[in-house]
Ligand binder design. Structure first.
Ligand code: HEC
Length: 96
């Protein structure tokens, strides 16, 4: 039954891809230590979830270059490459 075997393998690959895409990109898990992950948590630090992808990426780049004043984000943003910033921005801008 080659078709059934192919279907099982195909399903396994799809499942693996779904699991992989549910994992946050490098560095993204650290953000929720300060930025609340739930609307029920009240904090002076704004939530990242639901922010616009470009707004997150732009803010990170401005923090990193010192263009935008900050207390902690300027130091933190220096640890991320452009690619990492894009991946993190996409992660938080995607509703889940
Ligand atoms: C140590 C606490 C802390 C961590 C960890 C942290 N942030 Fe922040 N973030 C802040 C604070 C505080 C501000 C307000 C600006 C400032 O004073 O640095 C802020 C502001 C921001 C803003 C601007 C939001 C807005 O609407 O003005 C963005 C975007 C952001 N952080 C992204 C991130 C991302 C992405 C990460 C993870 C890589 C992260 N932050 C990790 C504390 C943190």
């Amino acid at each position: 039954m080659p078709n059934a075997a192919a279907a099982v393998i195909g399903l396994a690959l799809i499942t693996a891809a779904a699991v992989a895409s549910a994992q946050p990109p490098a560095g993204a898990a650290s953000c929720t230590g300060c930025h609340p992950s739930s609307a029920r948590i009240s904090s002076p630090v704004p939530r990242l979830s639901g922010l616009d992808r470009d707004a997150i990426a732009r803010a990170m780049q401005e923090f990193r270059s010192g263009q935008r004043a900050a207390t902690v984000m300027d130091r933190l943003a220096k640890g991320f490459t452009d690619d990492e910033i894009q991946a993190i921005a996409a992660w938080y801008a995607t509703p889940r």
